[in-house]
Design a protein around this ligand. Structure first.
Ligand code: BGC
Length: 556
């Protein structure tokens, strides 16, 4: 069979391109930070009061919350691919409205629309990535989404800074208008993308599912053992799903689904409760508290943390599939707790209250350079610790733990949890910093300790398993802290067996009549055994960490 190679069947290319959706997310996070301080913006929008400004900022997170919820049913019904295209189209409309805003009302409408787009994309891109990626690089591919978020934050921040020197309304119109460009690229590019093979299978479009899988895994060779085995695994899972009752949101809150749904939602909520967005949104306050003065100095200090955020996501992309999810989460939150305790402790010990002209009290370190530098260093280390751990894993884990029948809806709930806490913290942090000052950092440090404990006891290791193998992991009685990566999965064994079978039949056919042994074996009528069994339907002796009973998949 002629083998073909195309960029559109390269998982890295597809996964990386789809992350433009994550870039929109990043643009969203920093879309106000560099504009809000400019005179042009303030004059044009009549110096919005702080609560009105808070509303303008939060409008986007609110839109994202609803977008993420909407993405659940959309992802199932119109497909992952078309949902991403829809997100890109909505983003373009929202950006045009924002860019053309003539008053606060129009600006808020534009931001809500952009928010909906980000909610859709931030939920759908990781699912698409997880569904096209082979298990051994799934963590890496989904982590690209986090990398794109960090790039989006950085790029938008610098565009806004650059435009702040323009002496016209272009100072804020350009940064918002330019957002159309990634939206267009995403829309046009995704049009040529394949559908997720798992979504196709779920819709009964088996031939297309096989074709896409063959393109993704073996340059179009449908006979390749890896393609055949994975296809069979998907087929088993989809057929099993069909034997269950109708899918509904209610199912998510019943046993046994509820445990995993809770894990996904709490992981995303915890990722916000690390306090990372205090650094992303309000880094200026942290640095002011550390005693940095002047706009330029603050800008420089802030830009360093955005750059570190981008750089420190790279090790996660490279090694997450080797390190595993649990160690990364546990070490990440332990270190974040440490840096936050240190920031709070240093500020409390060396800082003092400062009463400004308008009678508001802030807390800052003054005239103590070593203490100031230590606070700044700790906040950089905090950002690095998040970037290498919770940032990527908070997207990877929810995208991989659910079975197909509830994946879209369940991931949409976990992403919506991210946005709900994002929204709440964006509002709560400024008043907290004003009223309890440096103690705010202790609260986030305490959250980091709590999430470490939660992960240790409740989150099983998912590294090395296919999406279809998650059921037995979560249905097993093995406590989370005793789960390890699966060194040899059912899929690996099936592939090996298929290779042997194909080799064997090739030899015997050559011996018999020299017939071409490469005739297509369609997995529907193939001899691929159910996973976990050998050719005779027997369970091989080989010891695996989680017992699998052939043909008797535990419900869900
Ligand atoms: C979080 C965002 C955060 C970003 C920072 C993401 O994983 O969901 O809220 O701003 O990381 O890099």
């Amino acid at each position: 069979m002629a083998k073909k190679y195309s960029l559109l069947s390269n998982v890295y290319f597809l996964g990386a391109f789809a992350t433009i959706g994550g870039m929109l997310f990043g643009f969203d996070i920093s879309s106000m930070s560099g504009v809000v301080g400019t005179e042009r913006y303030q004059n044009y929008f009549n110096h919005p009061s702080s609560s009105l400004q808070g509303g303008i900022v939060a409008a986007m997170a609110a839109g994202s919350f609803f977008g993420a919820l909407l993405a659940g049913p959309l992802g199932d019904n119109i497909s992952r691919k078309r949902t991403i295209m829809l997100a890109a189209s909505i983003w373009i409309v929202g950006s045009i409205i924002q860019c053309a805003s003539v008053n606060v009302g129009m600006l808020v409408v534009g931001r809500v629309i952009n928010g909906v787009a980000v909610g859709l994309a931030s939920m759908m891109v990781p699912i698409y990535q997880a569904e096209i990626a082979p298990k051994n690089i799934r963590g890496r591919i989904v982590s690209l989404q986090q990398w794109a978020i960090t790039w989006g934050i950085l790029i938008q921040y610098f565009i806004q800074y650059g435009c702040s020197f323009i002496d016209s309304n272009a100072a804020f119109r350009i940064p918002w208008g330019i957002q159309v460009v990634p939206g267009m690229i995403l829309l046009v590019g995704t049009f040529f993308f394949p559908y997720s093979p798992r979504w196709l299978a779920d819709k009964g479009r088996w031939d297309e599912a096989l074709e896409v899988l063959a393109n993704l895994r073996a340059n179009g060779d449908k006979n390749d053992p890896a393609v055949q085995a994975e296809y069979k695994e998907i087929e088993d899972a989809v057929n099993f799903d069909r034997t269950l009752a109708a899918r509904s949101y209610l199912e998510l809150f019943r046993r046994p689904a509820v445990r995993r749904v809770f894990l996904g939602m709490s992981l995303q909520s915890w990722s916000q409760l690390t306090g990372m967005n205090v650094a992303m949104y309000y880094i200026v306050f942290i640095f002011q508290g550390a005693g940095i003065k002047g706009q330029n100095a603050t800008l420089q200090a802030s830009s360093i943390q955005y750059v570190l955020n981008v750089l420190m996501t790279i090790p996660a992309i490279l090694f997450i599939d080797r390190w595993g999810r649990r160690p990364v989460l546990l070490i990440g939150s332990t270190f974040m707790a440490l840096w936050l305790f240190l920031i709070g402790g240093l500020m409390g010990r060396f800082g003092s209250p400062i009463i400004s002209d308008n009678q508001t009290t802030t807390w800052a370190i003054q005239g103590n350079d070593p203490a100031s530098h230590a606070v700044i260093a700790c906040s950089y280390l905090f950002v690095c610790s998040f970037a290498i751990s919770w940032g990527p894993v908070s997207w990877t884990y929810p995208a991989e733990i659910y079975p197909m029948r509830i994946r879209s809806k369940a991931v949409s709930l976990s992403t919506a949890s991210n946005w709900a806490f994002n929204f709440a913290l964006a509002y709560a942090v400024p008043p907290l910093l004003e009223s309890i000052q440096y103690r705010t950092y202790f609260i986030f440090a305490a959250f980091c300790v709590a999430m470490t404990v939660h992960v240790f006891f409740m989150f099983p290791e998912t590294k090395g398993r296919t999406l279809e193998e998650m059921d037995e992991l979560f249905n097993s009685d093995i406590p989370a802290w005793k789960t390890h990566s699966q060194p040899v999965s059912h899929l690996d064994r099936d592939i090996e067996e298929l290779k042997l079978n194909q080799e064997h039949s090739r030899h015997s056919q050559l011996d018999n009549n020299g017939k071409n042994p490469d005739d297509l074996v369609h997995p529907h009528d193939s001899t691929v055994p159910p996973h976990g069994t050998d050719n005779m339907g027997q369970v091989p002796d080989e010891k695996t960490e989680v017992e699998h009973v052939p043909g008797e998949k535990t419900e869900f």
